[in-house]
Design a protein around this ligand. Structure first.
Ligand code: PLP
Length: 379
């Protein structure tokens, strides 16, 4: 890595792979056409690249090409999924179910709809960070139009039981949207196996570029209706207007192809190093894992350094790049809503650090990081 740093914050973003960059570069310069230009070869070339990427992205999640809507990232895809379904199914009901540990893009979108008349149920999680299926069954009614539950949590890596959630959701004739942003490239995500009706991807979370993402929208069994949230030239079958980000989309396609090829080996590699990091620190004392260690991403560990302050540890272990519980989106950092929802005290939430490994993380980086952390907390 640059900066002589040890980057252990891959859940925040990942570097663009060389193969991915190479796949993008032509579309910045000589192949600069607009994919919507149908009258000349510049446009056809761009459209070919977009179609190829659509195949690559669809193949990664077991979808059909016409079920992929390109967006600027997962946040936009989430807004389109939740607001788009809400508007399309308004006559059926106005109830949305989500969960306390969701990403802010989901929670804030639901809040916005609540202010516009939606009824929103935010389900709790247990200390493992998992949803209780009885809570879901009790909350769901025939007014429920959408259940929005993430596959894997960005802060803890905890994985939810998607198949059970999908079954309960479909029994109530509602649609199931899953924020799969963190799962892509780390777990197998197959929309049919999991019973997903809508899900989202963000290229920069799986070694593609920032500013490119996609929404999967099921076409059959059931065919999901969606009201566009960005109007204009009718791109993406009228579901998301705006000139396509051809370089970004080409890069995301390449990143998807590589993820499909490598995810299993990457997962093995990362989980070995993650276990090493976690075990060494736990053995050191007064450090514990937040959330389930059984149902979890292979690359993530959220550790609570009891009685300590995470920001001070992070300063002391410079240049190891990690994250506190909360992505401090504002000037005053709040304790992580994910960790407090799991029952951690504010103090323990402020004592927690997220370590997220990537495919290029080395054993040397991990042993180095362990030493620095031990020195910082052990005195
Ligand atoms: C990163 C992330 C998002 C937002 O993705 P962007 O493409 O950066 O907007 C949403 N949900 C989860 C779980 C994430 O990790």
């Amino acid at each position: 890595m640059g900066n002589n740093g040890i980057y252990l914050d891959y859940n925040a973003t990942t570097p663009v792979l060389k193969e991915v960059l190479d796949a993008m570069l032509p579309f910045f310069s000589h192949e600069f056409g607009n994919a919507a230009s149908r009258t000349h070869a510049y446009g056809w070339q761009a459209l070919d690249a977009v179609n190829h990427a659509r195949q690559q992205v669809a193949a990664l999640i077991g979808a059909e090409e016409n079920e992929i809507v390109f967006t600027s990232g997962a946040t936009e895809a989430i807004n389109l999924a939740i607001k788009g379904v809400y508007e399309a199914y308004r006559s059926k009901g106005n109830h949305i179910i989500t969960c306390a540990t969701e990403h802010k893009a989901v929670l804030d979108t639901c809040k916005k709809l609540e202010s516009l008349g939606a009824r929103v149920t935010v389900l709790p999680v247990n200390t493992d960070g998992q949803l209780d299926m009885n809570d879901l069954s009790e909350a769901i009614t025939n007014e429920t139009i959408l259940v929005a539950i993430m596959m894997a949590n960005n802060e803890t890596g905890v994985v939810q039981p998607l198949r059970d959630i999908a079954r309960i959701t479909h029994e109530a004739n509602a649609l199931f949207f899953s924020d799969t942003t963190q799962a892509i490239g780390k777990l197998k995500v197959d929309v049919n196996d999991e019973g997903i009706d809508l899900c989202c991807l963000s290229a920069h979370k799986f070694y593609g570029p920032k500013g490119a993402g996609a929404l999967y929208v099921r076409r059959k069994k059931p065919r999901v209706s969606l009201i566009a949230q960005i109007d204009g030239g009718g791109h993406e079958n009228g579901r998301r207007s705006g000139t396509l980000n051809v370089p970004g989309i080409a890069g995301m396609g390449k990143a998807a192809e590589i993820a499909a090829r490598d995810f299993w080996d990457d997962a093995q590699h990362m989980s070995v190093l993650r276990t090493q990091l976690e075990q060494c620190l736990i053995d050191f004392g007064n450090i514990s894992v937040n959330g389930s260690t059984r149902f979890r991403l292979p690359n993530t560990t959220s550790l609570c350094f009891s009685g300590r302050n995470a920001s001070e540890i992070i300063k002391a272990i410079h240049p190891v790049a990690v994250a506190t519980g909360s992505a401090c989106s504002s000037a005053l950092p709040e304790p992580s809503h994910v960790l407090t929802a799991m029952g951690l005290t504010e103090k323990d939430a402020y004592a927690s650090i997220r370590f997220s490994l990537g495919k290029m993380t080395t054993e040397e980086e991990i042993t180095d990081a362990i030493e620095k952390i031990k020195r910082a907390v052990g005195g």
